[in-house]
Design a protein around this ligand. Sequence first.
Ligand code: HEM
Length: 141
Amino acid sequence: MSSFLRRQSIRTDIQNDDDIRILVHTFYGKVQDDERLGYIFNEFAEVDWEHHLPNMVDFWSNLLFQSGRYKGRPFRQHLPLPIQKSDFHLWYNLFTETVDCCFAGERAEHAKEMAGKIAASFSLRMDIEKENQPNLISHDL
Ligand code: HEM
């Protein structure tokens, strides 16, 4: 068996909260290492990671396990950020890369599908908001 197949066969699905923690922490590690996304999170938004990481674990545990632990409405929080369409692609690519390197299975596929749908919907809604209120996010230009 090639080393690629061996690596594939030992990956398991996202099974519990520990797995979600691994996914979320690995993903936001990559986000912070990325020049563009790292700038938005750390320099622009000055994110408090001690708060954001557990919040994102709750968000994903709610999506994948219906844990009921996240009740927020996240879109609005993204509106003041200088996010462009290409940033959503970057975000999504890093997310799928993280899922694929750690996990394989139905839930892993579902996580990527949800991430893609939400990123696409955020991106579209941001375009609509900007068309309606062009001065509100002028730093995006
Ligand atoms: C370029 C893409 C994105 C950027 C730069 C971004 C950035 C951010 C930032 C800066 C925050 C505020 C964190 C804080 O201050 O605590 C945040 C919150 C959040 N983001 Fe994103 N985000 C992006 C895409 C997404 C996507 C696609 C999702 C969903 C799949 C998502 C889900 C969330 C959630 C759930 C929160 C927490 C909202 C709350 O406090 O309830 N983000 N994001």
